[in-house]
Design a protein around this ligand. Structure first.
Ligand code: TXA
Ligand code: MG
Length: 345
């Protein structure tokens, strides 16, 4: 199949909506990462998403809504009523935006979207092209990140092409994603709200709105363990080159490795390296992280070394993704680099 990339202008958006209504898949920009969309009410399209990604059917999809008003989604049967107060509150404050809510599944949601769970993930993205597309389509799009399963999420149209060229008919190019890491996922089904995936909307912001602390469920599961919630595998979001988390700032380069720095003052001249954002600015570090990992993958380096993540609003989300992407830790013992692989998932 030929894959075309078109700038996300009105004509391309109209064509994308037509393809989606025919049950085809379209990659589109969001403010977090690019999504691979299919019509949520078309079971063939939903199945095509899993097969295009090589994603196991046990890993559920997020429904992308055109309207930030959750009560519309529940009136249309996508989420169950009554809606929890907390959901209405968070949608009101953070939508459209980088927050995904886990709620009870409405009668309209096919169980294959949610991997058989009686809960469903919903989000209303803020990117103007995503909004226009969703409005033109008129029904929610099931859309995971537009990467092959287990790989790095794409944050620009070229990265989507690297992942899905020849597999989908159309990629809408809306430029580089403004945030660069996937949405915060909050589970509102159960006794108390919990964060399943940290992201742009932080624990502190959520706690402030809900008037209570949220539990953070750590990614700690190995592949063979039954997942109490999906997306909890330790190994995920991984580059092809082994990535090692350094225990201290990098003062000595490792021969043949690709080095990722958070501070310009740490970055040496020479050697393969990438500066993740400006001095101590985690916004640009989050935005650039996946691009840096892709660059490392295509650099021919045998290993990727990354410095410890500085404190800041994005620190939890960046550490979460790096923890899952990494093969282990690295330590400079005064004369040489030592590598400690993490337990195989
Ligand atoms: O920023 C984002 O959320 C991007 C853009 C495209 O919107 N989407 C995204 O989708 O990251 P995906 O499929 O790559 O990740 C969705 C995560 C997965 O970890 C999945 O397991 C989890 O949400 N999830 C989906 N439905 C769930 C449910 N019912 N219960 C618990 N977790 C769920
Ligand atoms: Mg993903």
């Amino acid at each position: 199949m030929e894959t075309r990339t078109l700038p996300a202008n009105p004509d391309a958006l109209t064509e994308a909506a037509q393809l989606l209504h025919q049950g085809k898949l379209v990659a589109f920009p969001t403010e977090t990462v690019y999504g691979l969309g299919g019509l949520a009410e078309n079971l063939e399209a939903v199945r095509a998403i899993f097969s295009a990604k090589g994603r196991p059917s046990t890993d559920p999809l997020i429904l992308h809504l055109s309207q930030p008003d959750l009560s519309l989604a529940s009136a249309d049967g996508w989420v169950a009523s009554p809606l929890p107060e907390a959901a209405l509150r968070l949608a009101k404050v953070f939508w459209p935006g980088p927050l995904t809510l886990i709620l009870r599944r409405g009668p309209k949601v096919h169980p294959e979207i949610t991997a058989g769970l009686d809960t469903v993930a919903v989000r209303c993205p803020a990117h103007p092209a995503a909004q226009e597309l969703l409005q033109k389509v008129g029904v929610p799009l099931a859309a995971p990140s537009a990467n092959r399963f287990g790989r790095i999420s794409p944050t620009d149209a070229e990265a989507v092409r690297q992942e899905l060229n020849g597999i989908i008919p159309l990629i809408l190019d809306g430029g580089p994603c403004a945030l660069g890491l996937e949405s915060t996922v909050v589970n509102l089904v159960g006794r108390s709200p919990e964060i399943l995936r940290p992201g742009a909307v932080t624990q502190a912001q959520l706690a402030k709105e809900l008037g209570q602390q949220l539990v953070s469920r750590q990614a700690s599961l190995k592949k063979h363990e039954v997942q109490p919630a999906p997306g909890q595998l330790v190994s995920h979001y991984a580059p092809q080159t082994p990535l090692y988390l350094c225990e201290a700032p990098i003062k000595n380069l490792s021969p043949g490795a690709f080095h990722i720095f958070f501070r310009k003052s740490h970055q040496p001249t020479g050697g393969k390296s990438f500066l993740l954002g400006a001095e101590g600015n985690l916004d640009s570090a989050a935005r650039e992280l996946y691009r840096a990992l892709r660059k490392a993958d295509s650099s021919g380096a045998k290993k990727i070394l990354i410095e410890p993540v500085p404190e800041g609003a994005w620190a939890e989300a960046i550490r979460d993704r790096l923890g899952r992407a990494s093969s282990g830790t690295a330590h400079w013992d005064g004369g040489a680099w030592k590598f400690f692989p993490k337990e195989k998932p």
